[in-house]
Design a protein around this ligand. Structure first.
Ligand code: ADP
Length: 166
């Protein structure tokens, strides 16, 4: 019997965007079981509570995972990513790479994580050019100033963000 390939896609998902959705859809081709780790991240002062983010990510992504026949779970975590990965038996961490700006941070983080546990590989998926400029932070900013965020997030998420900004 071959070993199940378990991957984690970690993030803050405040809120989940079309960029996240694209990375997620593509990562379903790489693993047998995908765990989406929703980070507490209080330092980022999230617009959505942890519970709201977990529910939102689950709702938006479950149909895709089921269609792909991949085991799927959305889990919150507030410990070190590598501890979380070890705890759930993951051998792959999936990250999306947008621009050069992402690279420096990801490069450092991957290097440190590799020293913590060299058995866990971080895999980078290049953002699709269509979604490359989408960032949760900017989605919130555009919404606060009354801009149209519908090209950047799933429909229901758009409604929820607009509700938050009043
Ligand atoms: P974090 O706080 O870990 O950066 P995010 O929710 O902002 O959490 O992002 C989670 C992951 O998704 C990161 O690997 C990030 O680079 C990736 N990501 C975010 N937006 C996009 C996008 N538009 N296209 C591709 N990857 C993205």
């Amino acid at each position: 019997m071959t070993k199940k390939r378990i991957g984690i896609y970690p993030g803050t998902f405040d809120p989940i965007t079309n960029g996240h959705m694209d990375i997620l859809k593509r990562s379903l081709r790489l693993v047998d079981r995908l765990i989406i780790g929703v980070a507490t991240n209080p330092s980022k002062n999230p617009m959505f509570s942890l519970e709201e983010r977990v529910a939102m990510v689950d709702r938006e992504t479950r149909p895709m995972a089921l269609a792909a026949g991949v085991e799927f779970e959305v889990v919150q975590f507030d410990d070190l990513l590598m501890s979380f990965a070890e705890r759930v038996g993951a051998s792959i961490i999936i990250r999306g790479l947008r621009a050069v700006a992402d690279f420096e941070y990801e490069f450092q983080m991957t290097g440190m994580n590799y020293q913590i546990n060299p058995d866990i590989e971080t895999v980078f998926l290049m953002a699709d050019p269509k979604y490359q400029t989408i960032a949760s932070r900017l989605v919130k900013e555009v919404a606060r100033y009354g801009g149209n965020i519908s090209p950047f997030v799933p429909d229901q998420v758009c409604v929820e963000v607009l509700k938050k900004v009043g």
